[in-house]
Design a binder for this molecule. Structure first.
Ligand SMILES: [Fe+2]
Ligand SMILES: [Fe+2]
Length: 363
């Protein structure tokens, strides 16, 4: 969660207001308290206020005590020596002048987030911090759908950076074990797809930026399920034809929502729309065939099916990775056989026939 601390009586009208849509800040007043337990859920705190008296200074110091380990950015009047001295004396290093443009503020905040994620990469609690970021991104996504408002892309960026960082640092099993325990089936599935897809991208040698891109696509791919009534979505048995027709709309509704309410690139929207398409034309919603299904979409489909088969549900045990891969292999011409071989090798260490390791440029 991103928090902005304001002074209700004399706020700076800084350019941070202009980047609000992207970051989705929750505002609190300088007079409010932050409990240490609440601070655990914060990914970023921005102080955007003019500190004018000793009373405010002591409020800021008290808040900062609760914010140990949380990245903090301060928007202040850099031209005022006393303000600069106060913030520096309080140990704040990330100071941005109040009149900077939104682009400069955005860059400063992104840099602070990246440094923070880089620094906690090896920390014991890094998977738990990543889970908080992923939960915050997914909850914000659900809220955007509910209120028909713009998606907070930046929260998705932060969650993706945390996940990519863990998976690049041999923390996959720590991360996946918390994902497996997640109480929400939809969140758990999306995080599991994001993780398998990211491991796949890392194994294929895609760049860090492309890896992040795949993580975001994995987190978003089933967004359209938020439009499906829960009694259909959670129905344990076979769906009636009418119910199945509604479920089959989720790739289209998800992609339409992202097109209208986010700044995500077209390839993520395509992966959302086409993750249930099969190379032989038997998939949905558009019945695309191989020539119209891009490699990134094919990768998404493989990660999605593998995750769905191996996940445990209240009404079914998960298949073992080996059995799941065997079932996918038996799907014949529906999946990209070469990519499936690579996936089996990269994600599960399983070999199907000869793996062509020369194939390294998918995205
Ligand atoms: Fe789906
Ligand atoms: Fe899915």
């Amino acid at each position: 969660m991103f928090l902005r601390v304001l002074d209700g009586k004399a706020p700076y009208i800084s350019s941070l207001r202009a980047v609000e849509d992207r970051y989705g800040f929750f505002d609190i007043d300088i007079e409010d308290n932050i409990q240490t337990s609440e601070a655990e859920y914060l990914s970023l705190v921005v102080f955007d206020l003019k500190v004018t008296c000793e009373r405010q200074r002591s409020h800021v110091r008290r808040l900062l005590l609760a914010l140990t380990d949380v990245p903090v950015v301060v928007i202040c009047d850099m031209k005022s020596q006393s303000e600069r001295a106060f913030w520096s004396g309080a140990g704040m290093k990330n100071l941005v002048h109040k009149n900077e443009t939104p682009a400069i503020i955005m860059t400063a905040i992104s840099k602070v987030m990246e440094d923070y994620i880089h620094a906690i990469r090896h920390a014991e609690n890094a998977p738990a911090i990543a889970m908080k970021a992923a939960n915050a991104a997914m909850t914000s996504m659900a809220n955007s759908v509910k209120s028909n408002e713009a998606l907070r892309d930046q929260m998705l960026d932060v969650a993706a950076q945390h996940i990519v960082s863990l998976l690049n640092n041999n923390r996959a099993s720590d991360w996946l074990s918390i994902v497996e325990m997640h109480h929400s089936q939809t969140f758990q599935h999306s995080m599991s797809v994001a993780s398998n897809l990211t491991l796949f991208a890392i194994g294929l040698g895609l760049s860090p930026k492309e890896q992040c891109h795949m993580t975001k696509a994995g987190l978003m791919h089933d967004l359209g399920k938020l439009f499906v009534p829960l009694d259909i979505l959670d129905k344990p048995g076979k769906l009636a034809p009418d119910e199945y027709r509604i479920v089959k709309e989720h790739p289209r509704t998800g992609a339409d929502f992202l097109s209208e309410h986010s700044c995500l690139p077209q390839s993520i929207i395509d992966m959302t729309r086409s993750h249930h398409e099969f190379l032989d034309g038997s998939g949905y919603p558009d019945g695309l065939t191989a020539e119209n299904i891009q490699p990134m979409v094919r990768m998404m489909t493989i990660a999605d099916i593998f995750s769905a088969l191996t996940e445990k549900r209240a009404y079914k045990e998960g298949y073992s990775p080996r059995v799941a891969l065997g079932m996918m292999w038996d799907m014949g011409g529906k999946l990209d056989a070469e990519l499936l071989k690579q996936f089996a090798y990269i994600v599960c260490g399983t070999r199907f026939g000869k793996v062509d390791t020369s194939r390294r440029s998918v995205a």
